[in-house]
Design a binder for this molecule. Structure first.
Ligand code: GLU
Length: 268
């Protein structure tokens, strides 16, 4: 089972396999930064995560003219594919999500990505934020307006609160406020050159391309794109650009991670 977890989910923690296995039932995250169109890559990756189960889906991009745009649907990825056909999303930085609802019913407003009040920050999340009620109350008292019943939405507002031109720093500060389990993909219209990812307990890998990079809940999701990944550990923060990946701890100390190469035997 441990070998299975390592291959499929990226779990590298001894004893974490039961938890990792449970989280297989929760959701999928796929993100892309590069020069190709992100939505098609996110959609194809999410299809490879369908085995986890989900009730709704969404994709957000930063457009070439620096806006955040998104599509969200209840139901299957085929509905998302049809939506993208009739209302195309254009952007080479994007994050996608399939949701397995834990907080708030399956609905368009509860599906991910979740946005900040100003609509510039988008967040996808796998896991459960245990202290979301107190964070939400605090953020509402500071004037933030919530649109969903999810635990996840606090993260979009926390990043907005802490954002001062540096998306990684905002994400880092936000994560320090959280208790619980999470893998996040985060983008911001005002930081069009970076994709931020961070995890605690929920699985996350970073796929390495040439002039393009990826994030995913498991290696299989991006296997068609690359056979090289970084397996991200708990409380590790990733700043991903088209040109490279910086992994740090939550104090921003650099982490040297060896590249994990998927062998041919894993091609399906
Ligand atoms: N807790 C979050 C929600 O209910 C994320 C669930 C998931 O991992 O899909 O939206």
């Amino acid at each position: 089972l441990q070998a299975y977890c390592r291959q499929i989910t990226g779990c590298i923690k001894h004893g974490a396999c039961t938890r990792e296995r449970k989280s297989l039932k929760m959701c999928g995250i796929v993100g892309y930064i590069g020069t190709r169109q992100a939505p098609a890559i996110c959609l194809a990756g999410l299809r490879r995560l369908e085995y986890r189960g989900y009730d709704s889906a969404g994709i957000a991009v930063v457009t070439d003219d620096g806006r955040l745009d998104l599509r969200k649907v209840v139901g299957k990825l085929d509905v998302m594919a049809e939506t993208l056909e009739s209302q195309p999303l254009i952007g080479s930085l994007g994050i996608g999500h399939t949701r397995w609802a834990t907080h708030g019913k399956p609905s368009v407003e509860n599906s991910h990505p979740h946005l900040s009040c100003d609509g510039k920050v988008a967040v996808v999340h796998n896991g459960i934020i245990e202290n979301y009620q107190e964070l939400r109350a605090q953020l509402e008292s500071e004037g933030h307006e919530f649109r969903s019943q999810t635990d996840t939405e606090v993260m979009a507002h926390l990043v907005e609160k802490y954002y001062d031109g540096d998306l990684r720093e905002a994400a880092r500060k936000a994560v320090l406020d959280l208790h619980g389990a999470f893998a996040f993909g985060i983008i911001c219209a005002d930081s069009p050159g970076e994709l931020i990812a961070v995890r605690r307990f929920s699985p996350l890998v970073v796929g390495i391309g040439e002039g393009e990079n990826y994030i995913a809940s498991d290696m299989g999701a991006i296997r068609a794109e690359t056979d090289k990944v970084y397996v991200i550990g708990d409380d590790e923060l990733c700043k991903i650009t088209a040109a490279g990946v910086e992994i740090t701890d939550l104090q921003l100390a650099p982490i040297e991670r060896e590249v994990y190469e998927l062998s041919l035997i894993h091609i399906s």
